[in-house]
Ligand binder design. Structure first.
Ligand code: HEC
Ligand code: HEC
Ligand code: HEC
Ligand code: HEC
Ligand code: HEC
Length: 432
């Protein structure tokens, strides 16, 4: 009886076993070939703590990738951004527009081209942030000397890749293994055609969403770098860390890579600046003279406005007559920025009026009352490359030590750096 009772179950069970074996055998035929990567250093495992993960991930220069797994297609093995773009077109389109893709533009390259010959050590230093893959370095690590003597040429050097700047692979590829952020919610994020080769998958880690990912290039180490009046020339990560944004854990990516876009818009982008900075101008009610106050607030910038030493922001005001003409001699100006310059080998700070997150700076302008004044015009101009255009490039060009190619590039950079200016505020305030 018992046997009779169990036999249908047995039948079903043995049927299931046969079915599973068949599925397994079919599965074997279609099983993905295992991808063999050069073993990654142990502390690049996705659950490694942020500190030691990035110490290895952002070694400079980024170690050679080595030989690609044998089953990679040519495209999967390539480090060139166009090849990544053939399967990731959206990120490529954004990146090409971004300043990261122009990190070897005429300004940096015009200097690096000459230091590669005269001071290889310095060239390598610049490249660790502007073109950080070993494949982008002309010399083997550790052999570059400041005298230019005795260094070893890098057999894996790719001069075309060098000029592409901060390529996809510098942020995403180590030993031919792709690193990416955690997958987005079902239905969001990039879609790929069925069966597209996928470079053996992706190591996914939330570390790519952390501000520490950006720190290496956007923060000079305060212990080991030049300090001007106690401040490193680039202090963005620390400014962020000490701000409400850093304390709330709102990483750089939340503002600079919204929806994971690869544009990294910053001070060269008018809409980005307008989105972070509030400007108000108002007439003061005083009988004895004309007074206008322009208040600039760092409302939603995750660090000082501006953070770097190169931009200047001009707050300007002037009087206009009934006919609309500027009243002669009425122009007034205040500057927001950090004015520090190297003069005769010594750095000197002139002023630092940058606005920390959440704070404002008020600029009051006044004129004696006079008849015929119709309105005050107040406006705010952003000059993202002021330091380069006005101080650095002219001084560098007259220093004389440039090759003809270096000079051509720096002249181009000087010209381009004068064309990036824009306005974020412009108002006419009628006198009552
Ligand atoms: C032949 C097509 C192809 C090429 C070339 C390619 N990828 Fe991919 N990539 C894929 C596919 C398919 C996925 C999805 C893999 C998965 O989800 O397991 C992917 C996933 C990724 C991810 C994870 C993000 C996501 O959408 O899931 C990153 C990051 C990435 N690739 C970076 C790169 C970089 C950088 C390069 C160039 C060095 C590159 N890929 C070249 C096909 C490609
Ligand atoms: C490998 C070094 C490197 C890494 C990593 C890096 N950056 Fe950059 N970043 C640069 C360099 C160099 C430039 C300047 C490029 C140029 O204009 O020549 C730059 C430019 C920018 C700009 C534009 C600034 C402007 O003047 O408008 C923004 C914004 C930015 N980066 C944000 C980020 C964020 C956010 C991250 C992290 C997700 C990041 N960067 C990671 C090196 C890096
Ligand atoms: C620690 C990383 C780092 C190093 C090292 C570094 N830079 Fe930069 N550089 C940056 C970042 C980040 C920016 C963009 C800053 C910003 O806009 O806030 C930048 C901007 C520039 C710019 C202006 C942008 C442009 O494309 O015209 C020039 C020129 C430049 N760097 C040249 C150099 C040179 C030359 C060296 C070597 C002597 C060097 N950099 C070393 C990170 C670095
Ligand atoms: C300066 C570093 C940097 C560079 C250069 C860079 N990426 Fe990314 N990428 C990131 C970071 C950081 C994230 C994760 C952003 C987040 O989660 O907010 C990311 C995310 C991605 C994703 C996942 C997007 C999604 O919606 O899930 C893909 C795919 C990708 N990158 C491909 C590329 C390709 C292709 C290039 C070159 C054309 C490139 N990246 C260049 C830093 C970079
Ligand atoms: C709350 C949003 C927000 C966060 C968080 C944030 N930024 Fe910005 N960032 C901005 C805005 C807005 C601008 C444009 C105004 C400006 O230049 O200060 C900007 C400008 C920049 C610039 C242009 C250069 C300059 O002198 O201003 C760089 C470089 C930059 N950010 C890097 C970073 C890095 C790196 C982090 C993380 C450590 C970060 N940002 C965090 C909003 C943010």
């Amino acid at each position: 009886m018992r046997i009779n009772y169990q036999s249908p179950t047995l039948l079903i069970l043995s049927g299931l076993v046969v079915f599973l074996v068949v599925v397994f055998i079919i599965g074997l035929q279609f099983r993905k070939v295992e991808v063999t990567h050069t073993p990654l250093p142990a502390n690049l495992s996705p659950d490694q703590d942020v500190g030691s993960f990035f110490q290895t991930y952002w070694q400079t220069p980024i170690p050679l990738q080595g030989t690609a797994p044998a089953n990679f297609t040519k495209q999967e093995a390539s480090l060139s951004p166009q090849d990544c773009g053939s399967c990731h077109p959206d990120q490529y389109r954004d990146w090409k527009e971004s300043l990261h893709s122009r990190a070897m533009g005429p300004g940096p390259w015009g200097q690096i081209i000459d230091s590669t010959r005269s001071n290889p050590q310095e060239a390598i230093l610049c490249l660790t942030c502007h073109a950080p893959l070993s494949e982008q370095m002309p010399f083997v690590t550790g052999t570059a000397t400041s005298s230019g003597q005795g260094h070893t040429n890098n057999p894996h050097f790719d001069s075309k890749l060098q000029l592409r700047g901060i390529v996809c692979a510098s942020c995403h590829v180590r030993q031919h293994q792709r690193f990416g952020p955690p997958k987005q919610e079902e239905g969001e994020g990039p879609k790929y055609p069925e069966g597209m080769p996928n470079h053996g998958g992706v190591q996914r880690t939330p570390h790519l969403e952390r501000a520490e990912f950006c720190r290496g290039c956007h923060q000079f180490d305060p212990e080991n770098s030049l300090l001007v009046n106690g401040k490193p020339l680039q202090d963005t990560y620390r400014e962020w860390k000490n701000s409400v944004w850093g304390k709330a854990g709102a990483a750089c990516q939340e503002c600079h890579m919204p929806e994971r876009r690869h544009l990294w818009r910053g001070i060269h982008d008018p809409d980005m600046v307008k989105g972070g900075v509030r400007v108000e101008a108002k007439l003061k009610d005083v009988p004895e003279n004309i007074q206008v106050e322009v208040k600039v607030t760092n409302a939603a910038v995750g660090h000082k406005f501006p953070t770097y030493i190169t931009p200047k922001v001009f707050v300007r005001a002037e009087l206009h007559s009934e006919t609309g003409d500027v009243v002669t001699g009425s122009q007034r100006e205040a500057i927001i920025g950090w004015d520090a310059r190297a003069e005769g080998g010594q750095w000197r700070e002139y002023f630092d009026t940058r606005i920390p997150p959440g704070q404002s700076s008020s600029h009051a302008f006044q004129w004696p009352r006079s008849k015929g004044v119709k309105y005050v015009r107040a406006w705010v101009e952003v000059h993202p490359d002021h330091f380069y255009h006005v101080h650095f490039y002219p001084a560098y060009l007259s220093s004389g030590a440039l090759s003809p190619e270096g000079r051509r590039l720096i002249e181009k950079a000087r010209e381009e750096s004068g064309r990036t200016t824009f306005m974020i505020f412009d108002e006419r305030i009628p006198l009552s």
